[in-house]
Design a protein around this ligand. Structure first.
Ligand code: ADP
Length: 390
């Protein structure tokens, strides 16, 4: 019996089917541009890709179509939810109370949670009998101590408006730290681990004795590192300054920080994609080279800062599209962190540690850096199966 994993956004729906006991999806795909003429569903099965136009389809029509394509009705559904606020510290079986709690977090995650709610409510409407579980990106970080999650703001911001640092990518940070311990045979409960999850969104996490104790993202996924299109940290006075100096509205500034900044902004609009930027930089494109330099510098700075939370470093894990595939980024970052006891092994790094449990540092290196492929969707399937069997 399989588990269906859904990641529902405002105009898209990613899905993957995990047969019991399998780490790789048997069928996966995405419904895109929902509620528009260009709506379509792309399905990957047995290495083959098929596209079906579903002009004007909404979430319900797309889900009906997707479920008809599946070999069997799944045993349960696992929903990826970006923001669980302070309420959710672990996955939850969907009930009307859980849906209300997620609705209460919408003001904290207006870009993400409305789409997730739509996915849950549509599935409940279509398959009321099917057990459904919500898995939260924020849950793993609910172990942060108060001194790490509070901002230095008047207390009423926290008390009345829930303003605090939540952190995201928790499912990935949790999965790769467990997977690294299993792969290398170290005791996660007694270790100082840093994780760099580097995809289009990017965040770092300090995992001390198996628990998240600090992370780079905050109230929203905008805080912290330079990302594909997100700025990461800026001076909080920026909004006031740009509103006055450039006459920009709050909405325009927010849009710029989320969609036009990061690698895309620094490369003067060339690309938000690291592969493309690397190609441009190797041809002598200065803005692309600068974007990569700033990305690496800020990442190294964030990892070094997180060592305050762990009190030192045993393992540094690189994951996400860039972390898993880009040796040059790993080398640059690891070299900047040599003072933490990381000695890169150039050959092992060039082949992503493939012949060495993912390890990319030398045998004598006091601390170990490695690559681990994140499997967020598989982890959601696993957590879903565990939650419904409780
Ligand atoms: P998402 O956060 O959307 O899941 P991914 O984890 O797939 O993103 O990561 C996307 C990023 O990974 C892009 O910047 C892409 O260029 C980068 N990437 C993927 N493969 C490579 C590669 N071989 N070399 C460098 N960067 C890569």
């Amino acid at each position: 019996m399989s588990i269906l994993v859904l990641n529902s956004g405002s105009s898209s729906l990613k899905f993957a089917i995990f047969p019991e006991g399998q780490e790789d999806a048997s069928v996966e795909g995405i419904a895109e541009q929902l509620n528009s003429d260009a709506a379509q569903v792309v399905i990957k099965r047995d290495g083959k890709k098929s596209e079906t136009a579903l002009s004007g389809a909404d979430h319900k029509q797309a889900l009906q179509f997707i479920l008809e394509q599946l070999p069997e009705t799944p045993r349960a559904v696992g929903h990826r939810i970006v923001h669980g606020g302070e309420h959710f510290t672990e996955p939850a079986l969907v009930t009307s109370k859980v849906i209300d709690e997620i609705r209460a977090t919408v003001p904290l995650a207006p870009l993400h949670n409305p789409g997730s709610l739509l996915g849950i409510e549509t599935m409940v409407e279509l398959y009321p009998e099917l057990p459904q579980v919500t898995v939260f990106d924020t849950a793993f970080h609910q172990t942060l101590p108060e001194f790490a999650y509070r901002y230095a703001l008047p207390e009423k911001c926290y008390r009345d408006y829930s303003v605090r640092r939540y952190g995201f990518h928790g499912t990935s940070h949790s999965y790769v730290s467990k997977a690294a311990a299993a792969e290398l045979g170290f005791d996660l409960e007694n270790s100082r681990v840093l994780v760099a999850h580097l995809g289009n969104g990017a965040s770092t996490c300090a995992v001390l004795n198996g628990k998240s104790v600090d992370t780079s993202m905050g109230l929203t996924p905008l805080e912290g590192l330079v990302m594909g299109t997100r700025s990461g940290d800026v001076d909080p006075s920026l909004h006031q300054y740009l509103a006055t100096a450039a006459g920009m509205s709050l909405e325009e500034i927010n849009n710029m920080l989320n969609k036009e900044s990061g690698l895309l902004g620094l490369s003067q609009g060339a690309s938000n994609d690291m592969r493309t930027l690397r190609g441009l930089a190797s041809e002598g494109n200065q803005p692309a080279a600068l974007a990569i330099e700033i990305f690496c510098y800020r990442l190294a700075k964030s990892l070094a800062a997180l060592c305050v939370a762990t009190g030192g470093l045993d393992y540094l894990i690189f994951t996400g599209g860039i972390g898993e595939n880009d040796p040059a980024i790993r080398e640059r970052v690891t070299e900047k962190l040599a003072f933490l006891g990381l000695e890169i092994d150039a050959d092992a790094n060039a082949n992503h540690g493939e012949n060495n449990h993912g390890i990319i540092t030398t045998a004598d290196s006091p601390a170990t850096a490695l690559t681990i492929c994140t499997k967020e969707e598989f982890m959601i399937a696993q957590l879903t199966a565990q939650t419904i069997s409780k």
